[in-house]
Structure formats: structure tokens, C-alpha cells
Design a protein around this ligand. Structure first.
Ligand SMILES: [Zn+2]
Length: 239
């Protein structure tokens, strides 16, 4: 036989649990909407290419800083920021290695071909190749973004990133995005692609900044913000 008091208590308990669950759902919903709402249902994929690696150090800084190491550190931070914004990320390398076999006669060419193949197979929405610059005149500094002259979307991405870059690097960064039709990667990937030269390792002050974790983080955050702006624009165009 059922006890009416017990039944009433159970009823109240059930009501309270339902109320609690719908309150929690209500609280969670806006957060989920905000995360997804930034880009919509389509999953965006960004390929990040940390330039050089393995035998190829890239540019070497005034105090021995290696371009390949700085490129990878910025790329890994950028990956974290993009993934936190629900963007899928493909990294062409995750450690200090080149994408060639020891038996390859031209390791540089094998490496570049492998990077482009990997990127084209993944069909990303944008490609960011991270590099550091160098020049015989020590005084030259600043970040600069390059794109392929025949790519409208590549140019658009470069303009967005350069603008963000100037904002972060301060007034002394007077560079502007530039078309470059000789970079192998820009010519061989089938997606909007840019080469981001974050700064000059030949400039001692800039080289010191580039190897600091705080500055790498700032660069990664800035690139992430620019990429999100580009992807959101892309999404708006397809609606
Ligand atoms: Zn480089």
C-alpha cells in the first residue's frame, strides 16, 4: 500500500529535479549558442604551416635565435586559440622536423611538396604559413603578410591580418600586405593562403621580442583574431 505522504514527497522531489534540469539547460544554452554562433554549423578548417624544421633552421637571429623554433611556438599557440573558437586545425609539423626523407636528393623541394600535398588533401578554408624575416640592414623591422597576386581571397586574408598586425606591433609597423608570386607554397595550395613574416630576426631588438613567450602569444592571438574575422566574413557571404 502506498503512503500518501511519501507519494507527495516524491512528487515534490520530481518537480524540483525537473525545475533544476530546465534551469541548468537554460543556463547552458546561451553559452553553447555563443560558441557555435560565431561560425555556424559548418566546421571550418585552418591549416597552419610552421616554416622550416629539421635540418633547415630558416633564418638565424642576431643572437642565434632559430626561425624554425619561433615559427613552431607561434603555430602551436595559434592552434590552441583557433581550437578554442571551434575551428579545426591542421599543422604541417608539430615538432622540429622537416617533411622529407633522408634519401631525398632535394630535401627542400621534397619538404615543400609534402607540405602542399598535406594541405591540399585536407581542403582547408585558409592556410597560414608562419615565418620570420631577415635583411642585411639591421634597422629594418616589422611584420608583413604576403599573398598570391591571383588569389582574391588570399589578398583579403592578407589585408585583414596585416591590419591586425599593425595594431599589435604599434605605430612603428609601417609595412603593408604584398603580393608575392614566387613563394612555392602560395603557388601550390588550392586555398586562400598567406605567408606571415612575423618580424625580422636580423633586428636585435625584434629578435629578442620574437623569442619571448609573451610576444609569441600576442602574435598568435592577433593572427587568431584576424583568421576569425576572415572566416566569419566567409560564412556571411555563403548565407
Ligand atoms: Zn622562413
Amino acid at each position: 500500500m502506498r503512503n500518501p505522504v511519501w507519494q507527495t514527497l516524491m512528487g515534490i522531489c520530481l518537480l524540483m529535479m525537473t525545475a533544476l534540469l530546465s534551469w541548468r539547460a537554460g543556463r547552458l544554452e546561451p553559452a553553447r549558442e555563443a560558441a557555435v554562433g560565431t561560425l555556424g554549423e559548418k566546421d571550418f578548417l585552418v591549416a597552419i604551416d610552421p616554416g622550416h624544421g629539421g635540418r633547415d633552421p630558416g633564418k638565424v637571429g642576431a643572437e642565434g635565435q632559430l626561425e624554425k623554433e619561433i615559427n613552431l611556438k607561434i603555430a602551436l599557440k595559434l592552434k590552441e586559440y583557433l581550437e578554442a573558437s571551434d575551428v579545426d586545425v591542421l599543422l604541417t609539423r608539430t615538432k622540429d622536423e622537416g617533411l622529407y626523407d633522408e634519401g631525398d636528393s632535394s630535401k627542400k623541394m621534397a619538404d615543400m611538396e609534402a607540405r602542399c600535398r598535406m594541405i591540399n588533401e585536407a581542403r582547408p578554408d585558409a592556410v597560414i604559413s608562419i615565418h620570420q624575416n631577415s635583411y642585411q640592414d639591421e634597422a629594418v623591422n616589422g611584420g608583413q603578410v604576403f599573398y598570391c597576386g591571383t588569389s582574391r581571397e588570399g589578398k583579403e586574408l592578407a589585408e585583414i591580418l596585416q591590419k591586425r598586425f599593425d595594431y599589435v606591433l604599434g605605430e612603428e609597423n609601417r609595412r603593408s600586405q604584398k603580393a608575392n608570386d614566387s613563394y612555392y607554397l602560395l603557388l601550390h595550395v588550392n586555398a586562400p593562403a598567406v605567408i606571415v613574416e612575423c618580424g625580422f630576426l636580423s633586428n636585435p631588438q625584434e629578435a629578442r621580442k620574437l623569442e619571448s613567450e609573451a610576444y609569441q602569444d600576442r602574435l598568435a592571438w592577433t593572427l587568431h583574431m584576424g583568421i576569425m574575422e576572415f572566416l566569419n566574413k566567409k560564412k556571411a557571404e555563403t548565407l
